[in-house]
Design a protein around this ligand. Structure first.
Ligand SMILES: *Cc1c(COP(=O)(O)O)cnc(C)c1O
Length: 222
């Protein structure tokens, strides 16, 4: 656990001001999260609904839980009471469902739209064009219980730095277009979540202001 605290401090020290850190704790234990919490970390990312809810029940209330994985529609209801940000909204249907479930318990939920630019077709998300269409169609204005506060994306899983850079640049330019077009609450549309353990330096250079880092803080996942 001392190793986790050490890794976290090094990670925080390496981030420029204005870049938020999501400590990605998926598959790691409650004790591992407590170690990071004791070092001051308050934002944690999880990619499975059942795991997030279980951890949230056992850990302090002032943790901000971010959901970062593919969210199945039958799991929305379960996570709504516990999440502060859903980063991985990848369809209009999911967006509407989150709105309905949030309204049901009388809260509002912040979300990011996930954009897909990577080479792999296995990654979820809107294409840049689909995302821009959704934002500009004004369809989202009637959704009063979700706040779209930015976008999230991933680069291709490759060693080719140029390709990674190009992917991040495309995510950033999609953000810029969306920010210019969004009609509702555009002042709150500010988050560009991109960059993980291996590529966050590159992501920050391309304009990221939120990085999601797991293995370089908590070690390998099993
Ligand atoms: C697991 C995961 C991360 C963290 O990845 P690391 O390489 O361990 O830093 C970041 N973002 C998403 C969406 C993830 O699923």
């Amino acid at each position: 656990m001392e190793q986790i605290r050490h890794n976290l401090r090094a990670c925080i020290d390496s981030l420029p001001e204005g870049v938020a850190l999501v400590a990605v704790s998926k598959f790691h234990s409650i004790e591992a999260i407590q170690a990071a919490y004791s070092e001051g970390q308050r934002i944690f990312g999880e990619s499975r609904a059942v795991e997030l809810v279980e951890k949230a029940k056992h850990l302090p209330d002032d943790i901000n839980w971010h959901f970062i994985g593919h969210l199945q529609t039958n799991k929305v209801r379960m996570i709504i009471p516990h999440v502060s940000l859903i980063q991985s909204v990848d369809s209009e249907r999911l967006l509407r469902l989150i709105n309905a479930e949030a309204a049901r318990i009388n809260r509002s939920v912040d979300v990011l739209l996930q954009v897909h630019v990577a080479q792999e077709d296995t990654k979820f998300g809107f294409s840049p064009d689909e995302l821009i269409n959704l934002i500009s169609a004004a369809k989202t204005e009637e959704l009063s219980n979700v706040h779209i506060v930015g976008i999230m994306g991933m680069a291709s899983n490759t060693d080719d730095e140029n390709r990674i850079k190009k992917d991040f640049a495309e995510i950033k330019s999609t953000f810029d277009k969306a920010k210019a077009l969004i009609k509702h609450n555009s002042d709150n549309f500010n988050i560009i979540s991109m960059g993980m353990s291996d590529d966050h330096q590159l992501a920050i250079r391309e304009g990221s202001n939120m990085v999601r880092i797991g293995s370089s803080i908590f070690g390998e996942r099993h």
